[in-house]
Design a protein around this ligand. Structure first.
Ligand code: PA5
Length: 407
C-alpha cells in the first residue's frame, strides 16, 4: 500500500507509543449528518467559508487542494475558502467584498473557542451574515468545537447554530478525521468515506508489531537516526503542486509535536520543480544539515502528452510521445540521485494513486509516525506550550493599546 524506501541504517527498539487509533472514529450518525449538511451547503451556496487556524483548518485545506482540480469546475462541490488564519485587514476586507457576490455558508472551527485570529474573523463574519441573511444566518453558520466548554460553544448554543464536536482527547493537528476536516472536505465534493477507509487501512497496517515491516516506524526511526547525526532539517518534497498544502499540514504536525525542550527536527517543505530553481542550489551545495523525504503518487488522474514537431526547434523531439507525468517521475529520480551524491540523504514515500483513499492513508501514516518520532525524542506529541508565549504578549499589548485609546 505505502512503500517506504530508505538507505539509512536504523536500530529498531520497542517503544511504548501512545495509541491514536481512536482519532479516526466518527460514528455512522455523525458521518450521515456531515454528508447531509455538505449536500445542503452545495444546494444553497457557492462558497463555504471555513474560519479556523492551525490544526483547525490546515488538514481540510490540504485534502481539498490535493484532491480537487487545479482550475475550478462545476463537477466538484462548493468553493472552500478560509479566514481566521491571518490577521490581515486587507484580506478580510477583500474577502467580504468577494462574499457579496456569492451565496455562502460558514463553518467556524475552534477547539478552545477562544483563539484570537479565528475569533476576530468570526466576529466580523457573524455580523456580516446577520446583516445579509437576517434570521437565516443561524442556518448558514455551523460551529465545530468542544462538546462541553468554550466561548464558541456558548455562542453556538445561544444562537442556535448547528454544532459538530471535536472530541476532547483529539488535538487540533490530529483532528483531520473528525468533523474538523470531514465537513469542509465533504462540502468540497470529496468522498469522505474513501478518505476514512484509507486511514482505517493505515491504522490496521501500521499496528504491525514487527517494527522492521512497519513503514511508520521505519520513517520515524530513520529521521531520528539522521537527527542524531546532525541533520537537523527535514525537507518534505513532492513534484505535484497540488500537494503544497499537504506539506503545510505536515509542517505543522511535526513542528508543533516535536519542537520542544530545545529538541526536534526543523520541518521544511519544497515543491518541485519550482523550488529546484529557488532553493535547489542550497540543497545541493549549501550547509549539510538537510535530508529529504520525497512523496510520490504513482498514478495521478490526468496527464499530457508531449507533441512531436516537424521542425524540432527546441530540440525536444526525443521526448515526443512521452507523458508529462512520466517525465516528472524521471525528474524525481534524477533529483534524488543528485541530492544523495551531494550528501543529502533521501527517503521516499510511494503511494499507488493520488485519490481520497490514499491521501487518508498517507495522513494517518504521518500522524502515527509523528507520535513515534516525538516519543523517540522523549517529548509530548500532543501539547504546544510554546504557542502560548506569543499569544500572551499579543493580548498584553492589545489590552495596553485599548487602555491608551480609552483615555
Ligand atoms: O494543533 C493544535 O492543537 C493547534 O494548532 C490548534 O489547532 C490551533 O492553535 C487552533 O486552536 P483552536 O482550534 O483551539 O482555535
Amino acid at each position: 500500500m505505502l512503500e517506504f524506501h530508505s538507505t539509512i541504517q536504523t536500530q529498531f527498539s520497542s517503544h511504548p507509543v501512545p495509541d491514536i487509533s481512536h482519532y479516526n472514529q466518527s460514528t455512522f450518525d455523525e458521518l450521515f449528518e456531515i454528508a447531509n449538511i455538505a449536500q445542503e451547503i452545495n444546494l444553497k451556496a457557492q462558497v463555504l467559508l471555513v474560519i479556523g487556524v492551525g490544526g483547525s483548518f490546515l488538514g481540510a485545506r490540504a485534502v481539498i487542494d490535493a484532491l480537487t482540480p487545479y482550475f475550478k469546475t462545476d463537477a466538484y462541490g462548493v468553493e472552500v475558502i478560509y479566514a481566521g488564519q491571518n490577521m490581515s485587514g486587507a484580506y478580510l476586507n477583500q474577502l467580504l467584498k468577494y462574499l457579496d457576490t456569492k451565496e455562502i455558508y460558514v463553518n467556524v472551527i475552534s477547539k478552545s473557542g477562544s483563539t484570537m485570529e479565528p475569533a476576530l474573523a468570526f466576529r466580523v463574519v457573524k455580523q456580516y451574515m446577520e446583516q445579509r441573511y437576517g434570521i437565516e444566518s443561524k442556518l448558514r453558520i455551523i460551529v465545530t468545537t468542544d462538546a462541553e466548554k468554550g466561548i464558541l460553544k456558548e455562542v453556538a448554543d445561544k444562537e442556535g447554530y448547528r454544532r459538530f464536536v471535536i472530541p476532547s482527547e483529539v488535538g487540533g493537528r490530529y483532528s483531520i478525521f473528525t468533523p474538523v476536516g470531514l465537513l469542509p472536505i465533504a462540502a468540497a465534493g470529496i468522498d469522505i468515506q474513501a478518505f476514512i477507509d484509507g486511514a482505517k487501512q493505515a491504522e490496521c497496517d501500521l499496528s504491525n508489531e514487527n517494527l522492521e515491516q512497519n513503514p511508520a516506524y521505519q520513517y520515524a526511526f530513520s529521521r531520528y537516526e539522521l537527527y542524531k547525526k546532525g541533520y537537523s532539517v527535514e525537507l518534505l518534497a513532492s513534484f505535484e503542486p497540488r500537494l503544497n498544502k499537504l506539506h503545510e499540514w505536515w509542517k505543522q504536525l511535526f513542528g508543533e509535536s516535536e519542537g520542544k525542550e530545545y529538541k526536534g527536527l526543523y520541518p521544511s517543505t519544497v515543491n518541485y520543480s519550482t523550488d529546484l530553481h529557488a532553493i535547489g542550489q542550497f540543497i545541493q551545495e549549501g550547509s549539510r544539515i538537510m535530508f529529504e523525504t520525497l512523496i510520490h503518487f504513482e498514478e495521478v488522474e490526468a496527464d499530457t502528452e508531449i507533441p512531436f514537431t516537424l521542425d524540432d526547434m527546441d530540440g525536444l523531439n526525443y521526448l515526443a510521445g512521452r507523458s508529462m507525468n512520466a517525465i516528472n517521475a524521471t525528474s524525481k529520480d534524477g533529483v534524488a540521485l543528485a541530492h544523495e551524491e551531494g550528501d543529502v540523504p533521501v527517503m521516499k514515500i510511494v503511494l499507488p494513486k493520488l485519490d481520497a483513499y490514499h491521501v487518508g492513508y498517507l495522513m494517518f501514516f504521518f500522524m502515527k509516525a509523528c507520535v513515534i518520532s516525538a516519543t523517540l525524542l522523549e517529548v509530548n506529541p500532543f501539547d504546544q506550550p510554546g504557542v502560548e508565549a506569543y499569544k500572551q504578549k499579543m493580548v498584553e499589548l492589545l489590552k495596553k493599546d485599548a487602555l491608551v485609546i480609552q483615555k
